[in-house]
Ligand binder design. Structure first.
Ligand code: SF4
Length: 259
């Protein structure tokens, strides 16, 4: 593989995506969607966390030849779970396959699983977990669920026979080994690992420069080329692990063979 063959963004995971809210209450400080919304003046740094439900009455719910990643620019939370169930119902009844990407709120996941059990073959869950330490999660993803809630959601989806995967993107510390050990037995598909993109620029934009700079510098150190290469060498033979574009680029830049 060379650099030109690497897919990036949501296209790494699915050819289509579907969203039905503007803003996201999790308010992750590294959020790409928030950065874009601020840049194009759809939201401000201090009102991104207010979720506005979009009018879905004019949206097309046609079946696609390929998976739909849902959502990609907000999350599934108690505020929008009823609209989420309505959207899922329309898409799944058309025969669509869904890649459900979320920092899982347990009650929301339970509602989805209870309601759409008969569609389990058309649903893959991908839960975002960047650290086992809830204090670290709360720093970077202030209103998102704790580690235990995410792990319990993963176990619940797994125990109910759904396809499960985990996104460790962005990794929020240098303790991937522990995270891997705690999640691996509940993952039926892949564990995706990736860096935080443009941390200094994006976090400063998203927080109006109110986020502690030393914490951003820590992340930059954790994801230095040397650290990424060490991680790659350790897990590269592991068939459960997939590397996101941000890591593939580091590997190729150092002329290391990317399998
Ligand atoms: S959950 Fe996703 S969309 Fe929501 S703030 Fe975090 S990164 Fe952005």
């Amino acid at each position: 593989m060379n650099k030109n063959e690497i897919k990036f963004g949501t296209k790494e995971w699915a050819p289509y995506n579907f969203n039905y809210c503007n803003g996201c209450s999790n308010d992750c400080v590294y959020c790409y969607a928030k950065d874009m919304a601020i840049r194009f003046k759809r939201k401000r740094y201090d009102d991104w966390c207010e979720m506005e439900m979009l009018d879905i009455s004019k949206k097309a719910f046609t079946k696609k030849n390929g998976m739909i990643m849902i959502p990609s620019s907000h999350d599934i939370t108690p505020e929008n779970i009823e609209l989420t169930l309505e959207v899922f119902d329309k898409l799944l009844n058309k025969g669509t396959k869904l890649l459900v990407v979320t920092k899982p709120n347990f009650n929301c996941i339970k509602k989805i699983i209870d309601r759409f059990m008969k569609f389990k073959n058309n649903i893959t869950f991908r839960f975002t977990i960047g650290s086992v330490d809830t204090n670290i999660l709360k720093l970077w993803e202030p209103n998102a669920p704790s580690f235990d809630e995410r792990l319990n959601s993963l176990k619940f989806a797994f125990d109910n026979g759904f396809k499960t995967s985990v996104s460790c993107e962005p990794l929020l510390d240098n303790n991937f080994d522990k995270l891997y050990e705690l999640i691996k037995e509940f993952v039926t598909e892949k564990i995706w690992v990736g860096k935080m993109n443009s941390p200094m620029k994006r976090v400063c934009c998203n927080t109006n420069s109110l986020f502690p700079t030393n914490k951003i510098k820590e992340i930059i150190e954790f994801q230095s080329d040397d650290e990424i290469i060490k991680l790659y060498n350790k897990y590269n033979d592991n068939k459960k692990i997939e590397w996101k574009e941000s890591i593939k680029k580091v590997i190729l830049n150092h002329n290391i063979k990317l399998v």
